[in-house]
Design a binder for this molecule. Structure first.
Ligand SMILES: [Zn+2]
Length: 192
C-alpha cells in the first residue's frame, strides 16, 4: 500500500507559550520526531501543513478580539512570524511537502492547504498514488479532526496515531476521535 503521513500544524503558536497553546504540544512534536526517525521510510510522501494567516485582516472572521475559542480565535500563525513557523523542536528534515492554509480565511483541514508552487493536497495524493494516510499533529479537536475526516471523504484509508496528537480540550478531543473512528478511520498507537 502506498502510504502518506500528514503532520498537521506543528507550529510555535499551537505549542507551549504560543498564541493558541495546546498543553502537551511540545511533547507531541518530540514524539513525532522519534516516530519519524524509525518510520519515515514507511511513507511515500510526508506532508506537513501550517496555518498561515494574513497579517492585515481578520482572515474571514477567524480572528477576533473577543474569541469564543470555537469559531473565532485570538490572532495566531500570522504569516512570516515566529508563531507561524514550525515548532522549534520539530525536525522537518523528513518532510517532503510543505502546505500552507488559512491565507485570508479559516482553514482547518490540511486539504485546504497549498504548496508554494500551487500544488494542492489532492494533487499530491493523486500524483503519488496514495491509498493510505496516517495523521498526526495538532490539534485533535480541530485541524487533525478536519484533516482526517477530509482524507476519508477523499476515499483514502485513514489511521490516526492517538499518541502523536494533542487537543485543545479533552472533551472535544475525545469526541473528535470518536467521530473520526465512526467515519471509518483506525485509531492506533504509534508505540514511540
Ligand atoms: Zn487559524
Amino acid at each position: 500500500m502506498t502510504r502518506a503521513l500528514f503532520i498537521v500544524d506543528v507550529q510555535n503558536d499551537f505549542t507551549e507559550e504560543g498564541a493558541l497553546a495546546v498543553a502537551g504540544g511540545d511533547a507531541v512534536a518530540l514524539r513525532i520526531n522519534s516516530f519519524l526517525e524509525g518510520h519515515a521510510g514507511d511513507y511515500e510522501i510526508i506532508v506537513a501543513s501550517r496555518d498561515w494567516h494574513d497579517a492585515d485582516n481578520d482572515n474571514g472572521g477567524h480572528f477576533s478580539a473577543e474569541p469564543d475559542f470555537i469559531d473565532t480565535w485570538p490572532p495566531h500563525c500570522v504569516e512570516h512570524t515566529y508563531g507561524a513557523e514550525y515548532e522549534e523542536v520539530f525536525d522537518t528534515s523528513y518532510v517532503t511537502h510543505h502546505l500552507k492554509k488559512g491565507q485570508g480565511r479559516p482553514a482547518y483541514s490540511l486539504f485546504e492547504g497549498i504548496a508554494d508552487d500551487g500544488t494542492t493536497a489532492e494533487e499530491l495524493l493523486e500524483s503519488y498514488g496514495i491509498i493510505e494516510i496516517d495523521v498526526v499533529g495538532l490539534a485533535t479537536d480541530y485541524c487533525v479532526r478536519a484533516s482526517a475526516l477530509d482524507a476519508i471523504e477523499h476515499g483514502r484509508h485513514v489511521r490516526v496515531f492517538t499518541d502523536l496528537v494533542e487537543g485543545v480540550h479533552p472533551e472535544s478531543s475525545a469526541k473528535a476521535l470518536a467521530e473520526i473512528a465512526h467515519a471509518g478511520a483506525e485509531l492506533i498507537e504509534s508505540g514511540v
